[in-house]
Design a binder for this molecule. Structure first.
Ligand code: URA
Length: 226
């Protein structure tokens, strides 16, 4: 996917490129979800940004408003960000799927595959230092094969110098209050990591625990972000 250059020959600035990309997402018909959405939800926030947040897919509120994480899970996300000294305006927020699946069902593999080029372009424009991977669906798409969210949340996976940090999805913590403490600790870990970067300390992954998970399927490999 190539984005057109700006008028007058000047290369578009990252915010301009992002706005064009958002416009393409709003007009997207690459999978069947365009037929059932109210509107697509490309993403929100600044570019470039140190922190990129990737959730699963828009829900009811997001589909109505055209913005990511604006329902109950979004309010919890705002609180968690505030607790670690970040605001929505300082980060870039998007989802694996840009359109709401009917009745908020799980994303289907071909839908995630159709949407992935948008996520890749967003990642290139945002140039994050840390990516918060919210929930098992984003984890499956962005870090295929690393293990279940229940085991890898709070760990850091460095890929090409970028820290990918899986966290429980805020919606999961709304349904199961026992996860809230873990989610807060995961966000504290994000803060620690960003402070480490501010001090100029190099990105270092935590040693991965031994895994007994099966090899990821080839399809999942193809969907990884970088
Ligand atoms: N859940 C998500 O994964 N994304 C949203 O935008 C809202 C709820």
């Amino acid at each position: 996917m190539v984005l057109a250059s700006a008028e007058g020959g000047r290369p578009p600035s990252p915010p301009e490129e992002l706005e064009r990309l958002h416009a393409r997402v709003r007009a997207c018909t690459l999978c069947g979800l365009h037929a059932t959405r109210t509107q697509a939800v490309p993403g929100s926030g600044r570019v470039p940004a140190e922190v990129m947040i990737v959730g699963e897919a828009p829900g009811f509120n997001e589909d109505v408003k055209g913005l990511p994480f604006v329902g109950p899970a979004g309010r919890l996300l705002d609180t968690l960000l505030r607790q670690i000294g970040l605001s929505r305006e300082e980060v870039y927020i998007t989802n694996v799927l840009k359109c709401r699946p009917p009745q908020n069902r799980d994303p289907l593999p071909h839908e995630a595959e159709a949407c992935l080029p948008y996520l890749r372009l967003q990642f290139k424009l945002v140039q994050p230092k840390a990516v918060l991977v919210l929930g098992r669906h984003a984890l499956e798409r962005m870090l295929p094969g690393v293990g279940p969210i229940s085991r890898v949340h709070g760990q850091i996976f460095v890929r090409s110098g970028v820290a990918f940090m899986p966290c429980y999805h805020p919606a999961a913590a709304l349904h199961n209050a026992a996860l809230l403490d873990d989610l807060q600790k995961d966000f504290d870990r994000v803060r620690e990591y960003l402070d480490q970067l501010l001090r100029g300390e190099p990105a270092a992954a935590e040693p991965a625990p031994p895994t007994t998970d099966p090899e990821p399927p080839p399809e999942a490999e193809q969907l990884s972000l970088i």
